[in-house]
Design a protein around this ligand. Structure first.
Ligand SMILES: NC(=O)c1ccc[n+]([C@@H]2O[C@H](COP(=O)([O-])OP(=O)(O)OC[C@H]3O[C@@H](n4cnc5c(N)ncnc54)[C@H](O)[C@@H]3O)[C@@H](O)[C@H]2O)c1
Length: 409
């Protein structure tokens, strides 16, 4: 059942065409299927077509995830009249080509993070997005963790001044799927496909969140990166990025980092620290952060994503302390469409929230956040991290650092 307008009619359709149908493809499908049923949207997302390279596999994915049609070439997907928005869920090496072609063809675009594999690609994509914006087309990058209600609420607290001037932002993003030295050489371990390793995969989220929460860019970084396991078994066949596929006998070279550790300075002078690794045994998807300001602090752990810890340092010391805010009230961001208070949300809901915000941006013609310019800013930070790591962790400016756009709601 689709939501209907007050007059009883279904809102006009917004045809979605998605490229790539594995991990993010499944998550985005869930978001597109759900958003219009939970939220009152001005346009109705229609899952028009999905594209992949293998005809049988893409047809099976279309059936499983609810897409009306399947294409074996993303160019054919972009050319379809029933596709108005192209959703890019492929590895980074194809983001620039697909996004620029889609924008030039007059489509709106959602592109998974990191925006690209290099600053040059991200610059070209941002230029294409700016040209398309002049023609009323919207381009957004998929930093979905901004859409965790507790983190959107946290941003509101910082913006209201509840933390005062910021002193520290620290973000760690830890996974452990590379601890096994026999985990095969998937695309995420090859620079030509992924751009970088834990840095672009996890560090990109950490950097975007730090800049989003603080509302200001990083202006310089000092970094260490390491590749602990330098050779891994070659894949015998194609395998999705996070799942180990069949490995042959020979090994190939890992060309990205396994871990990145860096400090940074925000524009206001606040200090930030980051750790991104896929080598933290026992940590599955441990995204944790803390922000300290002169008036208070907040802390978040993705494993308890319905909760935000908040400390108001202006309260009397005898009763002050971190309080656990259960971010499930109707007045909290994104909660208006969901369940009664305390009936918790999860990871998948961030993709419905992302779809909701993007549909509003398309319908109202407003610039979305995070924009391609925000994705470019993150890309410049990642490039500065790699440059610093190559130069014995010397402090390296992020040039030029761009303003960070607030959430578009
Ligand atoms: N937002 C998040 O939390 C999050 C999480 C995981 C991955 N990602 C990002 O999403 C993107 C995809 O990652 P994933 O985990 O879904 O990878 P994946 O390996 O699970 O899926 C990649 C898909 O892209 C397809 N593909 C690859 N090259 C293609 C091409 N040229 N044309 C058409 N299809 C092609 C593959 O067949 C597969 O369907 C990456 O940019 C990644 O960094 C984001």
């Amino acid at each position: 059942m689709e939501r209907v307008t007050e007059s009883g009619a279904a809102p006009p359709a917004l045809g979605i065409g998605m490229v790539g149908y594995a991990f993010m493809g499944a998550a985005h499908s869930q978001g597109w299927r759900t958003a219009g049923r939970v939220f009152d949207l001005p346009l109705r997302p229609v899952l028009a077509a999905v594209a992949g390279r293998d005809a049988d596999a893409v047809r099976a994915a279309a059936r499983r995830h609810g897409w009306a049609a399947a294409e074996t070439d993303w160019r054919a997907l972009i050319a379809r009249d029933d596709v108005q928005l192209v959703d890019i869920c492929t590895p980074g090496d194809s983001h620039a080509e697909i996004a620029i072609a889609a924008l030039e063809a007059g489509k709106h675009v959602l592109c998974e993070k990191p925006l690209a594999n290099s600053v040059a690609e991200a610059e070209a994509m941002t230029a294409a997005a700016e040209a398309a914006a002049a023609r009323g087309r919207i381009a957004m990058v998929g930093f979905n963790y901004r859409r965790v209600p507790a983190l959107a609420y946290a941003r509101g607290l910082v913006a209201e001044g509840r933390l005062g001037a910021l002193r520290h932002v620290r973000v760690t993003y830890l996974q452990d799927w590379l601890v096994d030295p026999d985990f095969p050489l998937t695309w995420r371990l090859e620079r030509e496909h992924a751009g970088s390793g834990a840095l672009g995969d996890l560090g990109a989220h950490a950097v975007d969140l730090a800049q989003y929460l603080a509302g200001e860019p990083l202006v310089g970084v000092s970094a260490l990166t390491e590749t602990f396991v330098r050779e891994r078994p070659l894949l015998a066949g194609a395998a999705a990025g996070l799942s180990a596929g069949p490995a042959g006998g020979t090994r190939g070279r890992v060309t990205v980092d396994d871990a990145a550790l860096f400090t940074g300075r925000l524009a206001s002078g606040a200090l930030a620290s980051f750790e991104a690794t896929r080598m933290a045994a026992g940590r599955k998807n441990a995204l944790r952060l803390e922000v300290n300001g002169e008036r208070g602090s907040l802390a978040f752990d993705l494993e308890r994503l319905n909760e935000l810890s908040f400390h108001d340092h202006t309260e009397p010391a005898v009763t002050a302390g971190f309080r656990r805010v259960l971010v499930t009230e109707p007045g909290h961001p994104y909660l208006e469409g969901w369940w009664p208070p305390g009936h918790a949300l999860g990871y998948e809901h961030t993709f419905a929230h992302q779809a909701r915000d993007l549909v509003h941006a398309v319908a109202t013609g407003t610039a979305p956040a995070p924009s391609f310019a925000d994705g470019l800013q993150v890309q410049r930070v990642l490039a500065a991290v790699e440059e610093s790591a190559r130069n014995a962790a010397v402090y390296t400016p992020v040039l030029p650092s761009l303003p960070v756009s607030p959430v578009s709601r």
